[in-house]
Ligand binder design. Structure first.
Ligand SMILES: [Zn+2]
Length: 305
């Protein structure tokens, strides 16, 4: 009987049944890329915030309510980074899976190293947008590694049959990130202790990891716009410590940074803190390649050390 044999071959050629991809929404593009790195073709991922936006202040477009309504998993940065825009989207999605604390809600900050956890009483009423520690923690590659692991583990619990695939994707990401870290360490080896100033407190994890010393901020407190008195003090301190580099996240007004640059001779360097912050920055490893490349070029240009 030849026909059944052919039918059997056709079945074999079709392969195992195709499972639907897990539908993932993330708060930021960094989390979206880390999800893609480990999830591969088993996930469909979209970020709500764009990498060129201030992640504290994102426009809560209603179109995201519909997308969240269909999501299986929502990955957030946490530490109240998204408190100004994400809660109403989650609530209005009426999707039980992704409500805070549900199985499909993953707070990436729970497995990473968090810096600047306040010791005293700090509330948002004081205007500080980092009341639970610094939420820009993805800018240390080891935290990126931990986030990727947390996402892989979560996806494996949601689709146990995919666990081996997810584990091998994670192992491959871990290996590529490790190789990149060697490259970054070699690039930054000469500049340990370099003094810089940044606009917002976006870079403590980055500075810690790459040996930079952030001696001041353009914002008097995270989320509080520059004030003349604070700017004058900052200029004096930058002159005293001979700071030649001022990092500015792409979504801040350059007026104050440029006047500080004129007064101190420091270079104003616009540096994106997220995947998607520039169109070349399409993934998490490229984010560091891009930023460290910009930084080293600025160091060489200004003769800072
Ligand atoms: Zn912040």
């Amino acid at each position: 009987m030849r026909v059944p044999a052919i039918a059997a071959l056709a079945l074999l050629a079709a392969g195992p049944p195709v499972r639907a991809a897990v539908n993932v929404m993330t708060a930021t593009e960094d989390l979206a890329d880390l999800t893609r790195q480990v999830g591969g073709d088993r996930v469909k991922v979209e970020s709500i915030a764009r990498g060129y936006q201030d992640p504290h202040f994102v426009e809560a477009k209603p179109s995201f309510i519909l997308k969240l309504a269909k999501a299986d998993l929502l990955v957030v940065v946490g530490r109240e980074l998204e408190i100004g825009w994400l809660p109403p989207l989650i609530q209005q999605s009426r999707n039980a899976k992704v409500q805070v604390g549900a199985d499909g809600y993953l707070d990436a900050s729970l497995t990473v190293k968090i810096l600047e956890i306040p010791t005293g009483q700090i509330t948002r009423a004081m205007g500080d947008v980092h009341p639970l520690g610094n939420p820009h923690y993805w800018l240390d590659p080891d935290n990126g590694r931990r986030i990727a692991k947390a996402i892989a583990d979560k996806l494996a619990r949601m689709a146990p049959a995919d666990a081996p695939y997810l584990a091998s994707r994670y192992a491959d990401f871990d290996r590529r990130l490790g190789e990149a870290e060697k490259r970054w360490d070699a690039l930054m080896a000469l500049y340990k202790g370099l003094k810089i100033v940044t606009y917002h407190r976006s870079w403590p994890n980055f500075a810690d990891r790459f040996g930079l010393d952030v001696i001041g901020y353009v914002e008097p407190r995270p989320g509080i716009p520059p004030s003349p008195g604070h700017t004058i003090e900052l200029i004096a301190e930058m002159k005293r410590q001979n700071v030649k580099i001022l990092l500015v996240e792409p979504y801040f007004d350059l007026k104050t940074p440029q006047s500080i640059g004129r007064e101190t001779g420091a270079k104003v360097l616009v540096m994106p803190p997220s995947v998607g912050g520039e169109k070349e920055i399409t993934d998490y490893i490229q984010l560091f390649d891009y930023d460290l490349g910009l930084l080293v070029a600025a160091i060489k240009e200004t003769g800072a050390k």
